[in-house]
Unconditional design. Structure first.
Length: 138
C-alpha cells in the first residue's frame, strides 16, 4: 500500500466563504499515482470545515443563511469562548459542517455520486489556513 500527503493553503479574504476544492483534490490524486484506495480531506483549523455537497450558488447561500441563523456572528458577547477573540460562532459552525470527508478512489478517480463536490467552508477567514489531503491505496 502507498500513501500520499499534500497540504494546500487558502487565504479566504472574507470572514465566511465556501470554496470548491475538488480540482485541488483531483490534482493531488493524479500526483499520488494511486488507482484504488481512499482519499481523506481535512480542514486543519477549528474554525473551518470540509464537506461534500452540490456546487450550486443557491445552496451555498442557503448554507450561509442557515448557519448564521444557528450561530450568528454578532453579538459576539453571546459566546463565552470569546475571552479575546470574536470567533465563537465559527467554532460552532465548524462543528455542524464537519471536520473532514473520506472519498473512495476507483480507477484513479474520486468515486462521487451525482453532483458531489468537495468544499472548504471558512467561518473565520482573512488569514492563511491549511487543508490536508491524505490518499492511501494501490
Amino acid at each position: 500500500m502507498k500513501s500520499y500527503r499534500e497540504v494546500i493553503e487558502l487565504n479566504v479574504p472574507s470572514r465566511r466563504d465556501y470554496v470548491n476544492i475538488t480540482p485541488k483534490v483531483e490534482s493531488a490524486l493524479r500526483k499520488s499515482g494511486i488507482q484504488e484506495g481512499l482519499c481523506l480531506v481535512n480542514a486543519m483549523h477549528i474554525t473551518a470545515s470540509v464537506y461534500i455537497n452540490d456546487d450550486e450558488p443557491g445552496l451555498l447561500k442557503d448554507y450561509d443563511d442557515w448557519l448564521e441563523g444557528l450561530a450568528p456572528h454578532e453579538p459576539v458577547s453571546r459566546y463565552r469562548h470569546n475571552g479575546y477573540e470574536d470567533n465563537g460562532d465559527a467554532h460552532l459552525k465548524r462543528q455542524i459542517m464537519g471536520r473532514e470527508v473520506v472519498v473512495a478512489v476507483t480507477g484513479a478517480k474520486l468515486d462521487f455520486g451525482p453532483w458531489e463536490q468537495i468544499f472548504y467552508g471558512e467561518f473565520d477567514g482573512r488569514r492563511k489556513k491549511r487543508i490536508l489531503i491524505k490518499i492511501i491505496g494501490e
